[in-house]
Ligand binder design. Structure first.
Ligand SMILES: O=P(O)(O)OC[C@H]1O[C@H](O)[C@H](O)[C@@H](O)[C@@H]1O
Length: 314
């Protein structure tokens, strides 16, 4: 059951005697972000601007996502790092009448989302209280006050988005449901633009893309600017990111048929004002599950759903 937040600031939750302590959910003083922490120490922080996950830490406090030191977190620009949400267009689509005037990657990442509430292990069916987890739900609709004005201007459909961020001890799941509340169908693309933090990109390889349409090698290594849209086969094949041949992240996808692998490398990083430090490309790799080859046509009253689960391995 989702507990509704009716106050801007939630109190720290206390444990029930005899039960393990619950996750805590706290708001930043300025209500710009919400942080959830498991009793075992893992945490996730989500900026309401873009519903962008900007931090995911394990129990030891080690950060798993890359966030630029120059990222704008004040709502003036899409966040450079974390997990921005790409919707309803990936990149720009000058030849696609419905989305041709939208900014790069759409408007979900540049709108202020509403925090809808949280669920914890105790309230989730089938979850034992000794497997701590917490789910945060966020919403954005065509009627939302926080909607980027460019959305209403250039994409005049009635829609509703629900984005859920679920933290458990070993994994982070982010899932999106895009509902068409209009009387006409709309086309969309969806992508979860995940910036994974790595120690040294020169030791990173990726498996799970061997049979993808783009490339056919045992492993993919990153040695230059990389920006590829893969369509792995079978469609639900997991993608694993390794460091020094040791698996670090396993990325599972649900209904997101593509995986974009992106690293800007030296020159492109140098050209991005919000990318810092300039050699930060060595500590990041974007592995972005998405539905971005062609378009998802969503009928009136219907919805598109997609999700990723990133599991820490090794
Ligand atoms: O600079 P942004 O609009 O955040 O886009 C960052 C990157 O996103 C994706 O990974 C695309 O494949 C890249 O072509 C793009 O450069």
């Amino acid at each position: 059951m989702v507990e509704r937040a009716n106050k801007p600031k939630l109190p720290t939750l206390t444990s029930t005697p005899g039960l393990p302590p619950q996750a805590t959910v706290t708001f930043a003083d300025d209500n710009s972000s919400v942080t959830a922490e498991l009793p075992t120490g893992e945490s996730v922080k989500v900026l309401l601007y873009g519903a962008t996950v900007i931090s995911w830490k394990d129990a030891a406090g080690d950060e798993k996502l890359w966030l630029s030191e120059a990222a704008k977190l004040d709502g003036s620009k899409a966040v450079r790092g974390g997990i921005p949400i790409v919707f309803p267009v990936f990149g720009t689509a000058p030849d696609h009448p419905q989305t041709k005037d939208l900014p790069q990657h759409g408007f979900a990442r540049t709108s202020r989302w509403e925090f809808l509430g949280k669920s914890t292990s105790e309230s989730m069916a089938g979850r034992a209280a000794d497997e701590p987890m917490v789910k945060l739900d966020f919403g954005l609709s065509s009627a939302a006050p926080g909607l980027d004005p460019k959305a209403a201007q250039h994409w005049p459909f009635k829609f509703n988005l629900i984005y859920s961020v679920t933290l458990s001890r070993e994994s982070l799941t982010t899932s999106i449901v895009a509902t068409n509340d209009d009387s006409a169908p709309f086309d969309c693309q969806v992508l979860l633009h995940t910036y994974l933090r790595v120690k040294d990109i020169t030791t990173v390889s990726i498996t799970g893309l061997q049979n993808a349409t783009y490339i056919d090698k045992a492993k993919t290594t990153i040695t230059a600017e990389t920006d590829r849209v893969y369509t792995p086969s079978p469609p639900e094949a997991d993608v694993t990111v390794l460091e020094k041949d040791a698996p670090r992240f396993r990325v599972a996808r649900d209904n997101l048929a593509q995986v974009v692998v992106w690293n800007p490398w030296v020159d492109k990083a140098a050209g991005m004002a919000d990318f810092a430090p300039k050699d930060g490309y060595r500590q990041m790799l974007c592995v972005e599950p998405g539905a971005v080859a062609g378009w998802q046509s969503v009928e009136a009253g219907d919805a598109f759903e997609g999700a990723q689960t990133i599991t820490l391995v090794g």
